[in-house]
Design a protein around this ligand. Structure first.
Ligand code: ZN
Length: 184
């Protein structure tokens, strides 16, 4: 594993050039999303640049929330909190949940994740003494479509979400960027 200082030095070396060459100029925009949209999608690395390009989005167009699986699981959790801020502080009127094929959170082996934690020094006692059931907390989903629709319905039915907000789900192919709509 690389030393933390080496990682920081690499980032800083690139950043110095980025700023010196004014590479930031092409990203200039405001903090208001020009397309009045917030997207919730997966942290999958294949989507980092592919997803915005496939949707025709440039810097400044949308608010982007990323997590493992691209899900809104908890009506009072952090993804939902960010959506509410987007709606009421940044004039967002469209909430789009974007799942993707071949997602690592589809049937994720959560017991394997716990084994990996134990290999790295986390004890079973620690796992057992947490307030949550770690196994189900880390669980993924069986059906991608159902996962997308479940996130859509958590947002749509949220008591703090205004009724005129558009909420819908899409699925993206992580290789070709092809999209399909998931009808509710
Ligand atoms: Zn994924």
């Amino acid at each position: 594993m690389p030393k933390q200082q080496d990682v920081i030095s690499d980032i800083m070396a690139h950043n110095k050039q980025f700023v010196a060459h004014k590479d930031y100029e092409k990203f200039a925009t405001s903090n208001l999303p020009d397309k009045n949209m917030v997207i919730v999608s997966c942290m999958d690395t294949r989507l980092t640049t592919l997803l915005p390009e496939a949707l025709g989005l440039k810097n400044g167009d949308v608010k982007m929330i990323k997590n493992a699986g691209g899900t809104v699981l908890n009506p009072m959790g952090s993804a939902m909190r960010s959506i509410l801020v987007a709606l009421y502080a940044f004039n967002v009127t469209n909430v789009v949940i974007i799942g993707h094929e071949k997602c690592g959170m589809a049937r994720v082996d959560n017991s394997y994740l716990i084994e990996k934690m134990k290999d790295r020094g986390v004890t079973q006692e620690t796992v057992d003494n947490l307030d949550v059931d770690v196994l189900s907390w880390l669980a993924g989903f069986d059906s991608l479509e159902e996962s997308v629709l479940s996130s859509v319905s958590i947002v749509k039915e949220h008591p703090l979400v205004a009724h005129d907000v558009n909420v819908f789900g899409l699925i993206i192919n992580p290789e070709t960027g092809e999209l399909r709509h998931v009808p509710a």
